[in-house]
Design a protein around this ligand. Sequence first.
Ligand SMILES: C[S@@+](CC[C@H](N)C(=O)[O-])C[C@H]1O[C@@H](n2cnc3c(N)ncnc32)[C@H](O)[C@@H]1O
Length: 239
Amino acid sequence: MKQPDRSSEEFAGEVRGMFDRIAGVYDLMNFAMTAGLHHTWRRRAVELARVGPGSDALDICCGTGDLALALRGAIGPEGKVVGSDFSEPMLELARAKAGGRGEPVEFEWADALELPYEDGSFDAVTVGFGARNLADLDRGLREMARVLRPGGRLVILEITRPQRQPLASFYSLWFDRLVPMLGSLAGDSDAYSYLPESVRSFPDPHTLAAKMEAAGFEGIRWLLLAGGIIAIHSADRAA
Ligand SMILES: C[S@@+](CC[C@H](N)C(=O)[O-])C[C@H]1O[C@@H](n2cnc3c(N)ncnc32)[C@H](O)[C@@H]1O
């Protein structure tokens, strides 16, 4: 599933269909692929979002809700936390997870390229492992800027390709070979072959920072974790 071969609508439809299909194994696969480390990366992303009691936060491409729930933990009972996604099966799992924990998070359907929120509605917007799936990243970034209040925070947590050895070789073995194998064990080899493909075609950290600047962000920084496999970009919406 390569984006350049498809129209944006076709690509988005295929991405949505794929996440609808793998929703049931998504959390288990996340655990298996990261040895549970993804929760640590999400906590770091929440710290960088600089939310606190009473903040209003939006987590787009929220999937099964882990990042939105981590935001709720930092914000406490006051303030609003919304998680949005365009895959209903993912949203159903997120709602069940939040309900089971008694955490008040609104999980609702929304296309990240056309968010149904007023300008300046949120203090923070986060996106975890979602930006790389957007059919039009620049448009997605502009939408993130639009729904943030001036000075609001954007945090993007993504997989990236390490540049240095020996991590680069290990990464290649893990992502290009073992992850698709795990995917076929989980019953969807296509989806987990798409994963390394999508990381390969996503901009490197410098290029992503330039795109964020073009979309209206300033003070852009990024942090590399797990030997350079994970990048967390953070920025403020320009006033
Ligand atoms: C890899 S999952 C990430 C889920 C979650 N954020 C996490 O951290 O585990 C990517 C999610 O992005 C969603 N997605 C992709 N493109 C989208 C779009 N244009 N609008 C809304 N959701 C989108 C998919 O449905 C999927 O749930």
